[in-house]
Write a protein that binds this ligand. Structure first.
Ligand SMILES: [Zn+2]
Length: 270
């Protein structure tokens, strides 16, 4: 079968004799692995269209269960992503997150559009790249139906009066009463409870309903940003199985200053 589709290149793996394996997020068929001989040695048009981050048109053939890329034409290479190390680190993380999130050969057009919009905005953005990445992750998690509960306590269902915590295993807000209650099995040892204050909670509530373009001018600062990164990473690992990303320096502190790391108030409870 021959097929044509728009796609975003997630990964390129060199194999023998100038051949490559491409992991493509295709608009029509979702994520798929495809062999190709197009990369060769040159810097021809089709070779450029097979680089990671590229958005393009791809001609595919599927025979005996294996995909093959016969033609490739870049629509945008997003070359500016690589111009700033922080921007690149953020985009690499978002790309790897997307790859891990996607199942094989299951179309995800809304996520496809979100990734494109994120890359376009990243190319224009000059600083505070990780704020946009956090927004992207929130929206991706929402699209996948794993939105955290942020209005009422995920354990008892009451609307909390105080700050409470984010319970990763609970999938959202946990009130102070539940945290101190005796009926929490591993109370005090639950390594997946993160203290919340209203700043963090309000930012989390602000994200989901808005389009990504609303975050064009938003810039979060150290502690709130750090808390959101931690919570999102753990939430995605626990509820979506997205973990152990190679590009994880973005989350583990590579882009944080030493001062931010020292003053990190988001130790585990209690
Ligand atoms: Zn509760």
């Amino acid at each position: 079968m021959d097929a044509y589709t728009e796609g975003i290149v997630l990964r390129q793996t060199k194999i023998l004799n100038g051949r490559c394996m491409i992991t493509l997020f295709s608009k029509e068929y979702g994520k798929l692995g495809a062999g190709t001989g197009l990369t060769g040695r040159g810097k021809g048009k089709s070779s450029l269209a097979l680089r990671p981050f590229t958005y393009g048109n791809y001609g595919l053939r599927k025979s005996r269960g294996a995909w093959h890329i016969n033609s490739a034409e870049a629509l945008s290479g997003f070359y500016r992503i690589a111009e700033a190390p922080e921007r690149f680190a953020n985009c690499a993380y978002a790309l790897e997150f997307t790859e891990k999130l996607l199942p094989e050969e299951s179309p995800a057009p809304a996520l496809f559009a979100l990734v494109l919009e994120y890359f376009e905005m990243m190319e224009r953005r000059r600083k505070k790249f990780d704020t946009l990445t956090v927004a992207f992750l929130f929206k991706a998690i929402h699209l996948w139906g794993a939105a955290p509960e942020l209005e009422k306590c995920a354990r008892c269902g009451k609307v909390p009066q105080g700050g409470g915590a984010f319970g990763v295993r609970d999938g959202g807000l946990v009130c102070d009463a539940c945290i101190t209650a005796e009926n929490i099995p591993d109370r005090g040892k639950d390594r997946l409870l993160y203290p919340l204050d209203f700043d963090i909670l309000n930012v989390m509530r602000y994200f989901p309903g808005r389009p990504l373009r609303d975050f064009e001018r938003l810039a979060l600062d150290g502690p709130v940003l750090l808390a959101l990164k931690r919570i999102l990473r753990e939430h995605a690992a626990w509820h979506l199985g997205v973990s152990d990303l190679k590009s994880e320096e973005f989350f583990s502190g590579g882009l944080l200053t030493r001062k931010e790391l020292r003053t990190d108030g988001y130790r585990n409870y209690p």
